[in-house]
Write a protein that binds this ligand. Sequence first.
Ligand code: ASP
Length: 605
Amino acid sequence: MIALRSLKIDTMYRTHTCGELRISEVNKKVTLAGWMQRSRNLGGMTFIDMRDRYGITQLMFNMETNADLCKKAREIGREFVIQVIGKVAERSNKNPQLPTGDIEIIVEELNVLNAAKTPPFTIEDESDGGEDLRMKYRYLDLRRKPVASSIQLRHRMATETRKYLDSQGFIEVETPVLIKSTPEGARDFVVPSRMNPGEFYALPQSPQTFKQILMVAGFDKYFQIVKCFRDEDLRADRQPEFTQIDCEMSFIHQQDILDTFEGLIRHLFKTVKGVDLVKVPVMNYADAMRLYGSDKPDTRFEMTFVELKSLTPSLSKGEGVTDLTSGKGFKVFDDSEMVVGICAKGCANYSRKQLDELTEFVKKPQVGAKGLVYVKFEADGSIKSTVDKFYSADDLKKWMEKFNAAPGDLILILAGEADKTGKALSVLRLEMGERLGFRDKNVFKPLWVTDFPLLEWNEDDKRWYAMHHPFTSPKAEDVHLLETDPGKIRANAYDLVINGVELGGGSVRIHDKGLQKKMFNVLGFSDAEAEMKFSFLMNAFEFGAPPHGGIAFGFDRLCAMFGGSESIRDFIAFPKNNAGRDMMIDSPSPISEEQLKELHLKVTL
Ligand code: ASP
């Protein structure tokens, strides 16, 4: 067993970090402290890689010149906390991968500050630990460079967000965590109140109502980097608690918000990634659905939808009903509400195997299509399809014109109910984009999607739900539809999408009590219910509520995108696993009888 040595009070723990020393410091006497990452014994010499948050420095021990010290070094285990005093020397075997790779420390004194058990997985860039194991020992995982640098990136993003918003006159205000339900469409996490038997707080799904109240209070420009809680069924890469950059402004039109927050995103890209983001284009929801079958299209590539048959006129384009497929005896198309496809440029040479693969792909339950029709516009100008039996060369030529296809192109077509088919084709489009290498994670294509529908019909509950949340204002020109045709109302709501990922969303709010009341009614709240849940907001609206609106960005996801990762977990210091558990502290967990009693709760399972 190695004895720990207590340091004299006047001894500095370190003069430099493990990422700092360069060739210019050769011959300097230095003191370093950190963790033992790896050691190599090469007979006469022992090398140790010592790590801290800043990097790795190589330590050198020489058996010939200092046998005792070298022996001591050989007893140091992985992850021991050590301190060394020694001289910086030029390495004979340089490592160009490391910023400190030109030097090493010839160690003169070695102190063990703390011993360590052998870690349950390797703490290197690539680890052999499974996800749950790494989460259980998160403090060890956080020592790994890719994870540590993700957390550092997050810090940088938060700092730059604060800098930008501060420069624009925003102030950060903290809102409470023990509140009551905020309707963002998910379930609440609740906290029982010991002092108020039978009563519960809810954790905020967002600070939505508070930020609106701050506008009534005259704060004018608010933001907060804030934890939100949503008790949703867990899907991959969802966290029950997550962080938003939450913002609200008064006396603004939608355009002011788009401009201000395009500024934020641009600032982040510039300062954190050195990327000059293009001016963010705007597309309305109807166009996004028509062209991409998605309200969060990946616009890194075109491959937009072309309708061969659509029984609903494309309102946004002012086009009438299209039908280039019916009446030729192909029942699948005849019976479909929509026949729609994409053109994969230059893919007519796809093999039978590749096309079978695509057919299997669209039939997967997650995609949900019944089959795939394809047309090959061969390089020699001939056209071959899986529906040759039904359509003449002339028919197919018309299709090719509609697709603007050229020889060498491949057309992929799906048919069925409009909504489902659009969704399935959007998944196929992304798959093709992936296969063709159009989804480069170093290319950033932002997009504002605007004019979302205000309401969504839920067939199970037979009632309307707010698509964004109940405080979103309808477009002035659509308000009259509230009583007659609610589904047609467009909202002053917008999302920021980058590379097909929704990174933020918000709306211009209702600031008039009468309209807010009407909205609650449409959403099926009785006056009494609305009063019980939101009287504080409705009351506030009677005391001079300014016109206002805002937005919130998913901060974890934004960080993940900047870090080039699809998973948000590594950008959260202490994330929960797929089942919503914190593996390190083992939570959720039962509480004692006594606690339950105090909280006036009974558990019946
Ligand atoms: N509260 C909204 C959300 O969490 C954002 C907003 O409307 O500002 O999605």
